[in-house]
Design a protein around this ligand. Structure first.
Ligand SMILES: [Zn+2]
Ligand SMILES: [Zn+2]
Length: 539
């Protein structure tokens, strides 16, 4: 038998995770498979050999359950449960269900009860009044579903995370040779609507191609120059086919928020955006700023190319997947001048944390990496927890040795605003602290922002010189764009960081910078656009 290669294993585990999501398994179950896939993607040794020699559980994040699935896959070439899920799940119905606000499992149940497998059949059954024949569906639910069909552009409760939204809309735009628009073009934290715009004299071929895309599970509406489909993630996707002389017009209209666009209407015809803005007599506006009505001169926003380093990342010393040298080499290859290694301290508990001894030993490894990579510079840092008692989770003498200290609160996010603010601002006064990480503590779609009083934090930041982070993890983006804007107005310096836990994670800098741009930040507002010599290093 041909041995199963790592790429195939990654692909199968990711499919498994997606189907677990769709079948309504818990978030943590599917996440475990995604993490395992990520680990294997970065593992050089053939997994089939590790399985054969019984060593696969040595890999990070691979427990007995996943190991058993890997053994099955390597030995038989398939995972029986995955095949079963693939047979049972009807992605088109599930996509439509998300659009209607019905959970995946329930949607499949309803589909089975109605004897329908496609979105079209489901709609027909609903319109024929058959929904109430399904156990558990009363007239009220029926009405809710029928109304939802009429209000097809109703926003979902949960938006699509920015990294996924960008990937999806970029894929669709590429396939149709179109321009991206909608929420992800503004780099919104979450997307409720994706859109692409394409110029074509004859729209039919474009709309047909759109309907055939594998990521579009159902088309809800279609007219001469426009179609509205539902993506595999359950988020509506609109395709607009503009007459060539109006491409710019439709692009402006499909990009800004309703409030932004309404304030510019009536929009003149234009083959591109520049022409539209020129006719309006106002400067072109970067998509990130098209949230609120605005006709003025935009500031020169910070750009990805301005970034000279990443000041918050993790390594295998805590919960990262790459070594100090690997992370640093990757950062150097991105054209950076520096990277700060900021692994967790012990208080964080859910992942391995470093104590004083560990940090000193890590210091030796960092010194060696610096020798190898000079003039590139690896900074000795930490992501130090604020403990329950308000103290920092490392002794002062160790903190004093470090170049860059990220201050973090990982527990107690639900505390009262006054208590929380007092605790955080007091910790910010420690002389070793450089930057406050993910200040609002939100996890998008999972945990709301904490009650920290930002105005008070800004005051203390200005007094102490502590910067505030905008964290580029797609489910954090914290500070948010609107909060960055408040900080920038208060003249508080911002650090755009990735909080990378792998080499690939360094790529989230584009999300951090986009969020800073949504906060109207210029390069001067962003600390890590400065050369190394101008960083306020602590040691
Ligand atoms: Zn953190
Ligand atoms: Zn971190």
């Amino acid at each position: 038998m041909v041995p199963v290669d790592n790429a195939t294993i990654v692909e199968r585990l990711e499919a498994f995770a997606a189907l677990l999501d769709v079948s309504g398994a818990g978030y943590y179950t599917s996440r475990a498979y995604r993490r395992a896939a990520e680990t294997i993607r970065e593992t050089k040794a053939p997994i089939s050999q590790l399985v054969a020699s019984g060593r696969v559980e040595d890999l990070r994040g691979i427990g007995p359950g996943i190991a058993a699935r890997l053994r099955e896959l390597v030995e038989t070439g398939r995972i029986a449960e995955l095949d079963e899920l693939e047979r049972g799940v009807q992605p088109e119905l599930v996509g439509l269900g998300r659009f209607l606000g019905i959970g995946p499992k329930r949607m499949v149940e309803i589909g089975t009860a109605l004897g329908v497998r496609t979105a079209e059949e489901f709609r027909a059954a609903a319109r024929a009044g058959r929904l109430t024949s399904v156990p558990g569906i009363g007239p009220q639910t029926e009405q809710r579903i029928l109304t939802a069909f009429e209000r097809e552009r109703r926003p979902q409760k949960r938006g699509l995370l920015l990294n996924r939204a960008r990937a999806l809309v970029e894929e669709i735009a590429d396939a149709l040779d179109a321009e991206i628009a909608g929420d992800p073009r503004r780099w919104a934290d979450t997307s409720y609507e994706l859109a692409v715009v394409r110029a074509a004299a004859r729209p039919k071929a474009v709309l047909d191609a759109f309907e055939r895309l594998p990521v579009i599970v159902a088309v809800a509406e279609r007219s001469a120059r426009r179609a509205l489909g539902v993506s595999v993630d359950g988020v509506p996707v609109e395709v607009i086919v503009a007459e060539p002389r109006r491409l710019g017009t439709e692009l402006v209209r499909a990009t800004g928020t309703r409030a932004y666009v309404d304030a510019l209407e009536p929009l003149p015809d234009g083959t591109d955006e520049a022409a539209v803005y020129a006719t309006l007599g106002i400067p072109w506006c970067p998509p990130e700023l098209r949230e609120q009505p605005f006709r003025g001169e935009p500031p020169p926003l910070v750009e990805l190319a301005d970034v000279r380093g990443d000041l918050h990342c993790h390594t295998t010393w805590s919960d990262g997947k790459a070594s100090v040298l690997e992370m640093a080499t990757a950062a150097r290859d991105l054209g950076y001048e520096y990277i700060a290694v900021c692994d967790h301290t012990q208080n964080v508990r859910v992942v391995p944390g470093l104590d004083a001894d560990d940090l000193r030993r890590q210091g030796e490894e960092i010194a060696a990496a610096n020798e190898e990579l000079a003039p590139f510079r690896v900074l000795r840092g930490t992501e130090v927890d604020i403990r329950r008692d308000g103290e920092l989770d490392l002794p002062d003498d160790v903190l004093a040795e470090l170049d860059w200290v990220q201050l973090s609160l990982h527990a107690g996010q639900r505390e009262h605003g006054d208590t929380l603010t007092r605790k955080v601002t007091e910790a910010m006064r420690h002389p070793a602290v450089s930057c406050l990480s993910h200040p609002k503590g939100r996890i998008i779609n999972h945990r709301p922002p904490n009650a920290l009083h930002l105005e008070r934090v800004f005051e203390v930041a200005l007094e102490t010189g502590v910067a505030l982070e905008t964290n580029g993890l797609p489910d954090r983006l914290d500070l948010s764009g609107a909060e960055v804007r408040l900080a920038v107005e208060a003249r508080v310096p911002i650090v755009a960081s990735t909080d990378a836990h792998s080499i690939r994670g360094l790529g989230n800098m584009r999300l951090a910078i986009a969020t800073a741009r949504r906060g109207w930040a210029t390069a001067a507002d962003v600390v890590n656009t400065r050369p190394l010599a101008e960083l306020a290093l602590k040691s």
